[in-house]
Design a binder for this molecule. Structure first.
Ligand SMILES: C[S@@+](CC[C@H](N)C(=O)[O-])C[C@H]1O[C@@H](n2cnc3c(N)ncnc32)[C@H](O)[C@@H]1O
Length: 244
């Protein structure tokens, strides 16, 4: 069995990532809001990946830097027009090993939860706070956890069942550590591909507490990138933290 580490998700998914996800998200809304929040200053994307957000944000005039653990994901970014000019650090974003301060640090598409322990998540908030300008902000886009998705600690979903292809999601859930261990399984007549993803989820309230430990407070919370209200039935949130 391969060991799962910070680069595993990206290394396995890099060749299909943009095809699967480019259209799925409100990237345009994200870029508009992030450009406004950067306010003319520098931005840092944690887990920049293939540059789905960073490339258009750079195109909108923001100086964007990025960190990612996966060389394979970053190779896709470098191959895009304008992607080769984005300063990149290969490494784990727990430590935010980048020089200087930023007016905006952001992590989107649930990727803060890629840090698989509460300790790493708290460490990340603290490091982000040290890299923010005095009036800088930290933006997180994440889902609101829903443990009812799991039945006795597991879930199996048949995503697609075609004559030549079957797609299955298999996951196990540990409610104590708030971790899920999942595999997106693609079976065709030519073979099977596995796309593993392991996360540690946190409720918005726990994220706010982590922020407080790092000296940050919640400034705004919406359910989407266009300022949609966040309510008790929202399935996702865009949260903005800054100094009190
Ligand atoms: C779901 S993709 C998001 C990519 C990009 N931010 C986007 O929204 O399209 C997750 C990215 O996080 C990276 N990643 C996961 N864990 C990481 C870690 N601990 N440190 C750095 N990068 C990590 C993966 O390599 C991958 O590129």
């Amino acid at each position: 069995m391969d060991e799962y580490n910070a680069a595993t998700y990206g290394d396995r998914i890099a060749d299909v990532y943009d095809d699967w996800y480019d259209e799925l998200f409100d990237t345009e809304g994200a870029v508009d809001l992030l450009a406004r929040l950067a306010g003319g200053g520098r931005a840092l994307e944690l887990a920049i990946g293939t540059g789905r957000v960073a490339v258009p944000l750079t195109g909108a005039g923001v100086e964007v830097h990025g960190i990612d653990a996966s060389e394979a994901m970053v190779a896709k970014l470098r191959a895009k027009p304008g992607g080769g000019d984005i300063p990149l650090t290969i490494g784990d974003f727990t430590d935010v090993g980048v020089e200087g301060k930023f007016s905006l640090v952001y992590v989107v598409f649930n990727t803060f939860f890629a840090l698989t322990s509460q300790r790493d998540q708290v460490t990340c908030y603290r490091n982000v706070a040290e890299h923010l300008d005095d009036d800088g902000v930290f933006v997180i886009e994440a889902f609101v956890p829903d443990p009812t998705r799991f039945d006795r600690g597991q879930r199996v979903d048949a995503g697609r069942v075609e004559p030549g292809e079957v797609v299955i999601d298999a996951s196990r859930h540990d409610p104590v550590s708030q971790r899920t261990f999942a595999n997106h399984i693609v079976i065709t007549e030519h073979g099977t591909r596995l796309f593993p993803v392991q996360i540690r989820y946190a409720w918005p309230s726990e994220l706010d507490l982590m922020a407080e430990l790092a000296g940050l407070v919640l400034k705004e919370r919406w359910s989407g990138w266009r300022g949609q209200p966040f309510t008790s039935s929202s399935e996702a949130h865009v949260s903005v933290y800054g100094r009190p």
